[in-house]
Design a protein. Structure first.
Length: 472
């Protein structure tokens, strides 16, 4: 029979992460981040133009991979609070710490704000800047164009609903209509001022949310009269910030990934990215919890029952990812529209078709069969191995999203510099590794830093005993 946890088993001051090994790992992660950061700056801005363009895609790939992990930590924190979850109290602080890395990811997103890097990644920006330069349009006019475009889009929407017809949208950037009609129709959303505004709001809105929720949580540790006041505040705040999270996932997915090919579109892409966020951030939470328990922490508050639930959530979102992925592919295949099918045609050219087929098997079929086993989900070490496997497969997922676009986009920019259009650039994988290690070290550093700042679990939360004695 399992030991029943009482208040006497919960340390008065909680458990805090300590030890020279942790400090050493954190120092190494910081050093690798700084050295890799300097090398990355060189490759992004001072190397040969071909290397700059290639490494820009490496950077987006690595940035978005770790961005999804931090974003998922925010999601699980919000979901825990909104659902008034009792079981998750023991691991809530780990969710918050993973989510707290999210604002720091803005450091690694800075290169995306630089026109030189944007020139390699986003062809639509080059077209806009070419039109703006030719027409000599100022920033004030650009903002006015965006507001006018949004208003016209809304009015056209109502007109179409009631009459079935739309009207042409007037614009001072009419030159864009003659340069690229498709981009002209999308300019209400794909314009430079609004893009920069969204890039800032992506981190400001959700960054404030996770810091606010984490503060409400950690304030319980020192509150003279701990009660449910902070829990209710966190629940109300989380309900308000869930739409912010949805917008953050969607804007980041469309602006940073879909924007690499402005002709392509998918109404399910934001949900597809969200599914990956949920799966792999839960994998990080599982691995972190396991490592802490093996180090002697969380022994009284985290049991195999908690891992069972986290394993079920990992399984559920693995199925959800497969559902969204198949639905997106099936709808695009059935409609057979050129602008939509282009995405999958690129990823089935050369040897990318092998990786695309492997992704389905590795990301769904294998984990589905493995996670069906109930006994495995109650074994922390085995479940952590599955979680680590999911993180590895997530690399393939992000790689397939970003990298096949590299050779094609760069070839379209300048044939003389980047060579012929191709779905692969020989030797470019070295830049992929450098970017991944650099941003990954930063993610690890900020996560360890967050884990060491406060108690590892909310030991004065009114529901901690309920969570510690979980049975499901």
């Amino acid at each position: 029979m399992a030991h029943h946890v009482t208040s006497h088993d919960i340390p008065a001051n909680g458990e805090h992460l300590e030890g020279s090994k942790i400090s050493k790992v954190k120092t190494i992660a910081l050093a690798v981040m700084l050295i890799g950061g300097l090398l990355s700056v060189y490759f992004l801005f001072f190397s040969a133009e071909k290397q700059q363009g290639s490494f820009a895609y490496s950077w987006v790939f690595a940035l978005f991979y770790f961005f999804t992990l931090a974003l998922g930590g925010c999601f699980w924190t919000l979901l825990h609070n909104v659902s008034n979850s009792g079981w998750g109290t023991s691991v809530r602080r780990i969710m918050e710490n993973v989510g707290s890395v999210f604002p720091w990811m803005s450091i690694f997103a800075i290169p995306l704000l630089c026109p030189k890097v944007q020139g390699y990644l986003y062809e639509w920006m080059n077209i806009h800047r070419g039109v703006i330069s030719h027409e000599n349009i100022g920033i004030g006019t650009m903002v006015g164009e965006w507001l006018s475009g949004c208003l016209n889009w809304v009015l056209n929407g109502f007109r179409f609903i009631f009459t079935g017809h739309t009207v042409a949208q007037g614009s001072k950037m009419d030159a864009l209509h003659h340069v690229n009609h498709l981009l002209f129709e999308k300019q209400w959303f794909m314009n430079l001022p609004f893009w920069y505004a969204r890039a800032i709001l992506i981190f400001v809105g959700l960054g404030y949310a996770i810091n606010r929720l984490r503060k409400l949580s950690t304030d319980q540790d020192t509150d003279e009269k701990p009660g449910t006041a902070n829990l209710f505040k966190a629940r109300r705040a989380s309900a308000a910030f869930l739409p912010v999270l949805a917008l953050t996932v969607t804007f980041a997915a469309y602006d940073w990934l879909v924007g690499m090919d402005y002709t392509w579109f998918s109404t399910m892409y934001g949900v597809y990215i969200f599914a990956g966020c949920a799966i792999n951030s839960m994998a990080v939470i599982i691995i972190t919890t396991t490592l802490l328990r093996r180090a002697g922490y969380l022994k009284n508050v985290v049991t195999p029952e908690h891992f069972h639930i986290m394993g079920k959530l990992l399984f559920a979102f693995t199925v959800f990812w497969a559902y969204v992925t198949f639905s997106q592919f099936f709808l695009i295949w059935y409609a057979n529209i050129t602008e939509e099918t282009r995405y999958f045609l690129i990823r089935n050219t050369g040897n990318w078709n092998v990786a695309s087929i492997a992704l389905v098997i590795l990301h769904f079929v294998l984990p589905f069969v493995v996670l069906l086993q109930q006994w495995l989900k109650t074994k922390p070490v085995l479940l952590s191995c599955v979680a680590a496997y999911m993180l590895a497969v997530h690399i393939l997922d992000m790689y397939l999203i970003v990298i096949p676009e590299r050779g094609i986009s760069l070839g379209n920019i300048d044939h003389k510099i980047f060579g012929e259009i191709s779905v692969a650039i020989p030797g470019a994988w070295l830049g992929d590794v450098l970017a991944f290690v650099t941003i990954g070290s930063g993610f690890l550093f900020f996560l360890l830093r967050a884990l060491g700042q406060h108690a590892l679990y909310p030991h004065r939360d009114p529901r901690i005993l309920e969570s510690a004695n979980l049975s499901n």
